[in-house]
Design a protein around this ligand. Structure first.
Ligand code: NAI
Length: 270
C-alpha cells in the first residue's frame, strides 16, 4: 500500500546492483510513494548488473559514479540537479565492499591496500558524497540522507572482517557530518543498521547462511528483510521524521537488544 509519503520529492539512490539489492527495493518503494529518482552505481557494476531494468521500471536516469572518485560524485550531483531542475531531497548510500572479505584474507592478516580501498568505498564515500553535496548546496533544507550499516560496528562478528571497522567509521561520519549539515542546512543524516539480508554483498561474508539463521532465532520478530528495510527508508526520507538525525537506527526485529531467546536455548539443548 502506498501513502504518497514522498510526493514531489527527488532522490538519488546509490547501490542498486540487482533485484536482491536493498537499494533496488528502496527505489521501487520510493517511486511508489511518489518520488522522482536518479539511480547511480560504479561503472563496472552498471556493466555487470541489471540496473537498466530498474531504471525503466522507476523511470529514472542512470548516472555512473565510482564513489571513490570525487569528480564522479561532483558530476553526479550536477547532472542530478539538472535532471530534477532543482535540489535533491534525499540520498540513499547503499554501498559496501571489502576486498579482504572477497579474497578470504583473515582479519588478523589484512592486506592494508585492500583495507584502504574497502574503507574508501564503504565508509569514506559517505563523507565524500556529503562534502560534494554541501559544496554544491545540492540538498534541500530538511533533506534526508541514509546510509546502511550492520551491528558488527558495535559487537564482534568475527567473519565480518574489516567491514566491521568500515561500518564503525561510516556510523561515525553520519554522526559528525550530521551535526555539521544539521547546523548549516537542517539536513538530517542517519544510518540504518539492518538484519543480515541475502544479497550479493551479504552473501560474500563467510558462513553467511549460518549468520542469517542465528539472527532469525535471536530476533523476537525475526530478521527484517530488504522490502521492510525499504519501507523504513521511506519513513526516514519523509517529512514525518524531520527531527531524527545523527542516529544509528536498528532495523533488526529486536536482535540488537536481545540477550538470548528461547529458540536459541532450545537449539543449544539439542
Ligand atoms: P549489494 O551487493 O546489492 O549492494 C552493494 C552495492 O555497492 C552494489 O550495488 C555495488 O555495485 C556498490 N559498490 C561497490 N563498490 C562501489 C563503488 N566503488 N562505487 C559505487 N558503488 C559501489 O548488497 P546490499 O546488501 O544491498 O548492500 C547495501 C548496503 O547494505 C551495504 O552498505 C551493506 O553493507 C549494507 N548491509 C547489508 C546487509 C546484508 O546482510 N546484506 C546487512 C546490513 C547492512
Amino acid at each position: 500500500m502506498a501513502y504518497n509519503l514522498l510526493r514531489g520529492k527527488k532522490g538519488i539512490i546509490f547501490g542498486a546492483l540487482d533485484e536482491k539489492s536493498i537499494a533496488w527495493k528502496t527505489a521501487q518503494r520510493c517511486k511508489a510513494e511518489g518520488a522522482e529518482l536518479v539511480l547511480t552505481n560504479a561503472p563496472i557494476a552498471l556493466r555487470m548488473g541489471t540496473i537498466n531494468q530498474l531504471a525503466e521500471e522507476v523511470n529514472a536516469p542512470v548516472i555512473p559514479a565510482d564513489v571513490t572518485v570525487t569528480a564522479d560524485i561532483e558530476n553526479l550531483f550536477t547532472q542530478a540537479q539538472e535532471h530534477f531542475g532543482g535540489k535533491i531531497d534525499f540520498v540513499l548510500h547503499s554501498i559496501g565492499m571489502s576486498i579482504n572479505v572477497r579474497k578470504g584474507v583473515h582479519y588478523t592478516e589484512n592486506n592494508y591496500d585492500f583495507t584502504h580501498k574497502g574503507m574508501d568505498i564503504s565508509a569514506l564515500s559517505l563523507h565524500r558524497i556529503l562534502q560534494v553535496a554541501m559544496k554544491q548546496d545540492a540538498i534541500s533544507e530538511w533533506g534526508s540522507v541514509i546510509a546502511l550499516t550492520y551491528i558488527a560496528a558495535q559487537r564482534v562478528f568475527p567473519d565480518y572482517n574489516d567491514m566491521a571497522d568500515n561500518k564503525a567509521m561510516l556510523e561515525s561520519i553520519a554522526r559528525n557530518f550530521g551535526y555539521q549539515y544539521g547546523v548549516k542546512k537542517n539536513v538530517r543524516i542517519n544510518t540504518i543498521s539492518q538484519s543480515p539480508t541475502r544479497t550479493t554483498a551479504g552473501s560474500g561474508v563467510k558462513g553467511f547462511d549460518g549468520f542469517v539463521d542465528f539472527a532469525e532465532k535471536m530476533s523476537p520478530l525475526g530478521n527484517a528483510n530488504a522490502d521492510q528495510c525499504a519501507d523504513y527508508c521511506v519513513t526516514l526520507f519523509s517529512d514525518l521524521t524531520r527531527m531524527v538525525t545523527m542516529q544509528n537506527l536498528f532495523h533488526d526485529g529486536g536482535f540488537s537488544f536481545t540477550g538470548v531467546t528461547q529458540a536459541i536455548i532450545d537449539q543449544m539443548g539439542k
